[in-house]
Design a protein around this ligand. Sequence first.
Ligand SMILES: Nc1ncnc2c1ncn2[C@@H]1O[C@H](COP(=O)(O)OP(=O)(O)OP(=O)(O)O)[C@@H](O)[C@H]1O
Ligand SMILES: [Mg+2]
Length: 300
Amino acid sequence: MANAFLSIEQLTQRYPDGNGGEFTVFENASFGIEKGEFVCILGHSGCGKSTIMNILAGLAEPTSGVVKMDGQHVSGPSLDRGVVFQNYSLLPWLTALKNVTFGVQARFPDWDKAKVIEHSTTFLAKVGLTGDAIHRKPSQLSGGMRQRVSIARAFANEPKLLLLDEPFGALDALTRGTIQDELIKVWSDTDQTVFMITHDIDEAILLADRILLMTNGPNAQVAESVEITIPRPRNRTDIVEHPNYYAIRNHLVHFLGQRSAELSGQSGGSGMHQPKTVRIDVTDEADDPEPAPVLRAVEG
Ligand SMILES: Nc1ncnc2c1ncn2[C@@H]1O[C@H](COP(=O)(O)OP(=O)(O)OP(=O)(O)O)[C@@H](O)[C@H]1O
Ligand SMILES: [Mg+2]
């Protein structure tokens, strides 16, 4: 884990509790993310997901612990890390296109104007925004369109790490589905690494290579890392037919419904609190007297 692309080591966050004391959001959280991985994090409201993301983004300093990306300590924001917030956070006085070119110009200062525009337009097209729409200001776009601009803006900067905090929370189911598909398309076309917070179990199974599960706060911990043993490409209608789908889903529902509370507050003390790896693969346990080795899991 220490050699992972992104390495989170003994991260602890405490805040004042308002009564002269302090409370611990999480303590000694440690996990790694590999380059090109798509990792989702699930946990109840207030457990500290956004706090972890803000620390990864360099927008907040943890009480203790370190985050390393490519072996370098993360401190302060950087164009290497792109963030998409739930509330879009576009610059209201700029058009959709200019919201994208603004960052691209900063990221690639050697590029001439034509190249910046071409690159930005390509990324807007990848999320389905073309024609007149890209010359409109955020107030003249729908919520779904604004969210597409945010995603295009983040990807167009080609950050090494993309951090998404419930990016689809405010969208209707149909738009959400379309943008999820677009996000996966853009992610598979690039070698970017994605860390995404969501409250939606089905969204997490559809998108992630791995889901991190957090127990309830305070004193939350990243308790499990659940591998999504469903091959890609995945599509939302067929995925439910996969034999592993409901096995994984039930595990996640059970964790959030029961174990997140039972395990809560059991962290603390010193040492690394690494999540337990959970691999659910019912195709692996088939009652086959002579199982074909090719179907067997290679890694534990
Ligand atoms: N700047 C701060 N000062 C004091 N407490 C804070 C601060 N920021 C967050 N907290 C507290 O830390 C805890 C974790 O907050 P955080 O926003 O990370 O939760 P979350 O898991 O993202 O929740 P949600 O799912 O509702 O977005 C909460 O109890 C919150 O009140
Ligand atoms: Mg949050």
